[in-house]
Design a protein around this ligand. Structure first.
Ligand code: EZ4
Ligand code: CO
Length: 412
């Protein structure tokens, strides 16, 4: 069974997605997601110009060998572009293998370890009133775990707060939070750490009072704090028993988490921007975090993320795979098959896709009463409808960036 065709498809139904479509000489098709938000075309070039020519004629069964060939053979290791491109190939090969076996992929990964995957959604509001309405709407949709992001007095545009009007080019799209905006330049947002640290504990107190003690609540700091500020926030949120506090400080410096850990028992999640097991060495070995946030799409596919998570399992660290709308339905399905089979699954981020995206990617995965399941179709269970995909060519879009009040660029 050799790879006869390899095609990179860029489509922008509600946002840009990069999909690798492989076809074997005996007629099996496999899909892989290589979407890297705001830098999509770099992955497209990496795949189209450098990887596709190497795949043609290769044995589609040899997943591990192909992974090692693309990783070690490139000489230049790691990095989000490389690892997203390798992920696209890896997932497409797993899809082919499982379709050929006539089984949903999770069966090949060891079978189901649970009935379904607890998912969390994104609630947000400029004001506490708006936030309560958003939490209520999520509960009505069936979510059983909810991420809380709140406006901060004095800050006008801020990460994580839904825009109900829909920005230019995204009109009509109402994801609860859609950070990448279509346009020639990135949107500028503002930030004030002190205002945030003063405001946030009161928000969590209000949410606990309103929605009770049982509801799992999460929060994303989005890399904005220093280690000592993160330690202080973790401590002040302890009374509200968060499921996790995410990306409280940039994690390039893994040792920084030693300081945070000394001061707080709030569980920590890290790593949506990380793409390799090496990014986690100290974090995992010293048990400095509780959840690994890497996605299948950005961390070298099923082959590599499984390796990271099995390493994490030895230290009682669980999965919390990144699952915003910028991971395509193909990447989401891959996450669900891996999550269902892993012993140390923790929680899955899930925001739901828009109707145009659902028409481009037919999905077999289900979401019911707060739980996801990858479904029982052979392979990943996702079909790419090429005619639909062609209706939506690439549209330039960037993630926003942040400036402090004095004009300094800050981590977004
Ligand atoms: O900002 O996926 O936890 N979720 C997040 C996301 C990221 C986007 C970046 O492309 O932090 O909203
Ligand atoms: Co995040």
């Amino acid at each position: 069974m050799s790879i006869e065709r390899a095609e990179v498809i860029v489509t922008s139904p509600d946002r840009n997605f990069v999909t690798l479509r492989l076809e074997t000489d005996d007629g099996y098709v496999g899909l892989g997601d290589g979407t890297l938000n705001g830098r999509e075309l770099a992955v497209v070039a990496y795949l189209r110009d450098h990887i596709v020519p190497l795949l043609l004629g290769k044995d589609a069964h040899r997943i591990e060998d192909t992974w090692q060939f693309l990783y070690r053979g490139a000489y230049w290791r790691r990095g989000p572009v490389t690892m997203a491109a390798i992920a696209a190939v890896d997932v497409a090969l797993w899809d082919i293998k499982a379709r050929r076996a006539g089984m949903p992929l999770y069966q090949l990964l060891g079978g189901a370890s649970r009935h379904g995957l607890l998912a969390y959604g994104h609630a947000s509001g400029q004001s506490t009133q708006e936030l309560f309405e958003s939490v209520t709407a999520h509960l009505e949709q069936g979510y059983r775990a909810i991420r809380i992001q709140s406006g901060i007095p004095g800050l006008t545009s801020l990460y994580g707060i839904a825009s109900s009007k829909g920005l230019e080019g995204n009109e009509g799209v109402r994801y609860d939070h859609e950070p990448a905006q279509r346009g020639k330049h990135p949107v500028e947002e503002s930030w004030d750490t002190d205002a945030y640290l003063r405001h946030l504990p009161g928000v969590f107190e209000a949410v606990r009072n309103q929605f009770g003690e049982d509801l799992p609540l999460l929060h994303d700091c989005h890399h904005r704090l220093t280690p000592i500020q993160a330690a202080s926030l973790g401590k002040s949120l302890e009374p509200y028993r968060l499921f996790w506090l995410e990306d409280c400080t940039p994690a390039e410096n893994q040792e920084a988490f030693r300081l945070i850990r000394r001061h707080t028992t709030t569980p920590l999640a890290v790593g949506e921007v990380m793409n390799s097991v090496w990014d986690y060495q100290t974090l995992i070995r010293e048990q400095l975090i509780d959840y690994v946030r890497s996605s299948v799409t950005h961390a070298g596919g099923i082959t590599h993320l499984k390796r990271i998570l099995e390493h994490a399992a030895q230290y009682q660290i669980k999965s919390g795979m990144h699952g915003p709308t910028d991971v395509s339905p193909v990447g989401m399905a891959a996450a669900l098959h891996l999550g269902l089979s892993l012993h140390n699954f923790g929680i899955q981020e899930y925001m739901q896709y828009g109707p145009r995206t659902n028409a481009v990617f037919t999905q077999s995965f289900t979401w019911s009463e707060g739980f996801l399941h990858p479904g029982s179709q052979p392979g990943l269970g996702v079909t790419l409808n090429l005619d639909e995909a062609r209706k939506y060519p690439y549209v330039r879009a960037y993630l926003p960036f942040t400036r402090l009040k004095d004009g300094t660029i800050h981590d977004w």
